[in-house]
Design a protein around this ligand. Structure first.
Ligand SMILES: *Cc1c(COP(=O)(O)O)cnc(C)c1O
Length: 369
């Protein structure tokens, strides 16, 4: 790539040709702010106002009847189907429910009990800490006989052998933004009979994801980051079709029953993704997430990813000229292809810098160290 100087005119020209240009007006951002924290809480889609009002009107007009008449009961599956193209998955392989953390517990529990002879959980050392808390917690919960082996993301594929039950890793790292080679890790896992479980929190809506093509088994992800589903938006789960009937979720909830309203005394798991559901979904939150997905749907996932890369390139190259002088280190530099949609800039006084930027209306995020 030839280095270009991203001055204002060049950026404005690029904006005029941008295939995503029309989408800008469909988001509302905090006024007078340069909002650089979509990886933490995505911008608010304007249509969410009307989507929430619609649920409120149904609630008022139909009461409990809304579960059937307004499609609340099928929201988890319907939103999962709408999400699937963004994940490179088939529509019946994704379902929307609960939080990322809870879904991770559920799928990891299901995976471990499906492979009782294997006693090693391989995790990405630098993964989001909460993910590794779940892994450590579940290793104790299932009896304490499992060993949790933490290795750097780059060493995951080589560390997979016949002792490994499950590999848990983030596709895009929450801090560095680095993208792990999903296909290579999945191939190594498949060769050893291990199950892969991906966290897509920083991937969905930001980078191209090809779960089926890469051979992924399981995945979880977040609705409120790049998907812009709103604070605490429901998360999602993916289970590859061929594994769905052999996995049993550790939480046997009534909505995962084959006939929830039969009130049968004995649990029987539903066919397909519905068996991974547990309790009643938060319909107001789901309505916001569904409205947000409708904004993204007209655009090909590859176009969303290309825009993220282009924005990262502009941002990193604007900063690069001054980085060395101010002791800033841009992780990955200006070539953003191997990174997600956020840019990590390291500095010993990151916290003070973030506070000073906030005073000047630039909202960014910092994580120590
Ligand atoms: C944001 C994020 C989560 C969030 O989990 P919650 O259950 O929504 O709190 C989980 N994992 C990763 C990697 C994340 O970046």
């Amino acid at each position: 790539m030839t280095a270009v100087t991203w001055n204002f005119e060049r950026c404005a020209a690029r904006d005029r040709e941008d295939p995503l240009r029309a989408a800008r007006a469909r988001f509302q951002l905090p006024p007078d702010q340069i909002y650089l924290v979509g990886h933490s809480l995505g911008a608010m889609p304007v249509d969410v106002h009307e989507a929430m009002q619609r649920v409120l009107r149904s609630w008022g007009a139909e009461g409990v009847g809304g579960w059937n008449r307004s499609g609340w009961l099928s929201a988890s599956e319907r939103i999962g189907e709408r999400l699937a193209p963004l994940l490179g998955a088939r529509s019946h392989e994704v379902i929307c429910a609960d939080s990322t953390t809870v879904n991770l517990f559920r799928l990891l529990g299901a995976a471990l009990t499906s492979a009782p002879a294997r006693r090693r959980i391989l995790v990405e050392e630098e993964n989001f800490p909460a993910d590794n808390y779940i892994v450590d917690g579940i290793a104790q919960f299932v009896g304490g006989d499992h060993e949790v082996l933490r290795v750097p993301g780059a060493a995951l594929a080589d560390a997979i052998d016949a002792r490994v039950a499950v590999v848990v890793a983030s596709h895009v790292n929450y801090r560095s933004g680095r993208v792990l080679p999903m296909r290579a890790v999945c191939a190594a896992a498949r060769a050893s009979g291990a199950i892969t479980l991906w966290d897509l929190a920083h991937s969905a809506g930001a980078v191209e994801i090809a779960l089926n093509d890469a051979g992924a088994d399981l995945a979880v992800g977040c609705g409120y980051k790049y998907l812009s589903g709103g604070p605490g938006a429901p998360a999602f789960m993916f289970v590859r079709e061929g594994m769905q009937s052999s996995l049993r979720a550790p939480m046997w909830g009534w909505l995962g029953h084959e006939a929830p309203f039969s009130m049968a005394p004995i649990y029987r798991p539903a066919e397909g993704m519905r068996r991974f559901l547990c309790g009643t979904p938060p319909i107001l939150s789901m309505a916001a997430l569904e409205a947000a997905l409708a904004v993204l749907e007209p655009y090909a996932p590859v176009a969303l990813a290309a825009k993220a890369t282009a924005l990262g390139e502009v941002f990193a190259s604007r900063l690069e000229g001054e980085a060395a002088e101010h002791g800033l280190v841009i992780e990955g530099g200006t070539d953003r292809a191997a990174h997600g949609a956020h840019v990590l800039v390291q500095h010993p006084d990151a916290k003070q810098l973030a506070l000073a930027l906030a005073v000047r209306g630039v909202k960014c995020d910092y994580r120590a160290p």
